[in-house]
Ligand binder design. Structure first.
Ligand code: AMP
Length: 296
């Protein structure tokens, strides 16, 4: 595996693959790799001829007062894990490379970025959309891989790809969890042992709401209250608990699949998770790695 620092190096490294029609897979990340990241890399490896992983802690997606400065950074360890997962190139640019003098463009994904994390993290999804669009421009991937743990992020990326007609297929992969169910996250390493024990309440809350849904409950207020009660019992501070339409993230209607999305604070750490609620549903149409759901 080779580490690349500049757009020029990336273009030179990928030139041969691109001109010979090889498939390029990109996994955008902020580093501090865990099995969630590695599952994206392994899938990219299985589906692509050339795998590029970007490692860039994107300052645009952190609001003032968030954890930009303490975000875990260990490029040497990450490079080793990525090499083991079969990655060909690690693209680890500097801030100056990503934001050269005169840089001024911002990508605003519109309504899909409002609400949920967008409401609580001003500018977050514009920051994600701007940097991911630039990464797509630098790497020119055929396919880009994202995790459904960041459910709204996937919706944002799909929106910009569609609206800007970007020639890339988006693959969204399931959330990888710890044995007790806690979603893997680079931020889990902030947790004290006591906070780590409480944090699993996030997963239990999703499960309780999901059980109510499986029993036939369709009232979003009841589903949210079920989750909120479990979060409260676990001693987690709720930032939001919401049920939204699983595809548009707009208002939920009972005949369509829903996503229950949750953000909490555990001490100084912000954690998110989600679950798709879709009983007796079957995928009826697949295109570009995307699934449309309808009642079976
Ligand atoms: P990050 O480094 O946190 O920006 O994440 C990079 C990519 O890994 C994003 O597409 C995330 O959604 C994905 N990811 C993070 N945690 C997980 C997880 N537990 N399971 C699957 N994908 C994940």
């Amino acid at each position: 595996m080779r580490t690349l620092r500049t757009t020029r190096e990336v273009r030179a490294a990928l030139f041969g693959a691109r001109t010979s029609g090889k498939r390029i897979g990109l996994v955008p990340t902020m580093g501090a790799f865990h099995d969630g990241h590695l599952s994206l890399m392994r899938t990219a490896r299985a589906e692509s001829d050339v795998v590029v992983v970007s490692l860039f802690v994107n300052p645009l997606q952190f609001a003032a007062g968030e954890d930009l400065h303490r975000y875990p950074r260990n490029e040497a360890d990450d490079a080793e894990s990525a090499a083991t997962a079969g990655v060909d190139f690690l693209f680890a640019p500097s801030d100056e490379e990503m934001f050269p003098p005169g840089f001024a463009t911002s990508v605003d994904p519109g309504a899909v970025a409002l609400g949920l994390c967008g409401a609580n993290r001003p500018g977050h999804f514009e920051g994600v959309a701007t940097v991911v669009t630039r990464l797509f421009g630098i790497v020119g991937p055929d396919t880009a891989y994202f995790g459904l743990k960041d459910y709204q992020q996937v919706a944002v990326i799909r929106r910009i790809v569609e609206d800007l007609a970007l020639p890339v297929e988006i693959r969204a992969l399931p959330t990888v969890r710890e044995p007790d169910g806690l979603a893997m996250s680079s931020r889990n390493r902030y947790l004290t042992p006591e906070e780590r024990e409480r944090a699993v309440g996030l997963f239990h809350a999703l499960q309780h709401a999901s059980s109510r849904y499986a029993e036939g409950e369709r009232d979003p207020a009841v589903l949210c209250a079920t989750a909120a009660a479990t979060l409260g019992d676990a001693g987690l501070d709720v930032e939001y608990v919401e049920v939204r339409d699983a595809e548009t993230l707009g208002v939920y209607t009972p005949e369509r699949a829903a996503v229950l999305a949750v953000a909490v604070r555990v001490g100084d750490t912000r954690l998110i998770d989600n679950i798709v609620l879709a009983p007796a549903l079957k995928p009826v149409q697949r295109f570009a790695g995307r699934t449309n759901w309808s009642e079976a």
